[in-house]
Design a protein around this ligand. Structure first.
Ligand SMILES: O=C(O)CCC(=O)C(=O)O
Ligand SMILES: [Fe+2]
Length: 261
């Protein structure tokens, strides 16, 4: 993907499920169809290879995606801790090139206009990274947060001439109603939410300090193939995984220029 702002393309004819910034900002989020079965398969094979590459030194090898899902539970804690650093989970090199060809990026561009994927931690390439949440493991999910808090407390800088962030979350292995992403409805309009900043593993992380207002977190029932676009101020977080298989997803931040003539 080119790393310069492209001309804003004409928005696609509005269909009932087309992505719209105004809807994302009104409701806080929008669910959309994002990956074809063969694209899902491609991302699964990239993640499987990465896990097997890391597993080599421990003689761990998963023969296929199904075997990864059925055997990677709350065991493999040593391998799992080696998956924790973000650089390990960033798509890079040929994998990144392949991921950037997924139709989800065209879908977003057609609906919302041209964008850049953020590189807030300055790796030198778009930050698209995956996560694996083991079944039944509290330590694999973090606190509720708004992604904008990370940007604010770290003073991250958006790509040149962009002014609007939309986060995209894409489940690759998920069981609707048993795992996935929690959101707090209307929280993106709540100006009273606050957080403390903690330094965890040398990185500044916001930790919610306000009482969760009015509504409780709800688990969005996304299935692999769908994705979520959400507002930067929406309170959300990974849900405890009640399924018997891991939940695997990837995410990235799209940065738009809303002032473009
Ligand atoms: O997948 C998760 O557990 C958390 C994802 C998240 O916070 C995000 O996509 O911004
Ligand atoms: Fe987040």
């Amino acid at each position: 993907m080119s790393y310069t702002l492209q001309n804003v393309s004409a928005p696609a004819i509005t269909e009932s499920n087309s992505l719209q910034i105004s809807r994302i900002d009104k409701q806080g989020y929008q669910i959309f169809d994002a990956l074809t079965p063969s694209e899902l398969h491609l991302v699964q094979s990239i993640i499987l290879s990465k896990i097997n590459e890391l597993g080599k030194s421990e003689s761990i090898n998963f023969s296929d995606w199904h075997s990864l899902l059925s055997s990677y539970t709350s065991n493999f804690s040593h391998l799992h801790s080696r998956l924790a650093p973000k650089p390990i989970r960033l798509f890079s090199g040929d994998d990144l090139d392949a991921v950037l060809k997924l139709s989800i990026f065209n879908r977003i561009r057609n609906d919302l206009g041209s964008f850049l994927i953020s590189d807030e931690e300055l790796y030198g390439f778009p930050e698209i990274y995956w996560r694996l949440v083991r079944p039944n493991t509290y330590s694999d999910v973090g606190p509720l947060h708004a992604d904008g808090w990370f940007w604010d407390c770290n003073h991250w800088i958006m790509p040149h001439s962009t002014d609007k962030r939309v986060k995209i979350w894409v489940p690759i292995a998920a069981e609707p109603n048993l795992n996935g992403l929690l959101v707090v409805n209307e929280s993106h309009n709540d100006s009273l939410m606050s957080y403390d900043v903690k330094v965890i593993d040398g990185k500044k992380k916001p930790v919610i300090s306000s009482i969760i207002p009015d509504s409780l977190p709800v688990l969005l029932p996304l299935r692999p193939g769908q994705a979520l676009a959400f507002n930067d101020s929406l309170l959300h977080g990974g849900a405890f995984n009640n399924a018997i298989t891991p939940r695997i997803s990837f995410e990235f931040t799209c940065c738009f220029n809303t002032k473009h003539a």
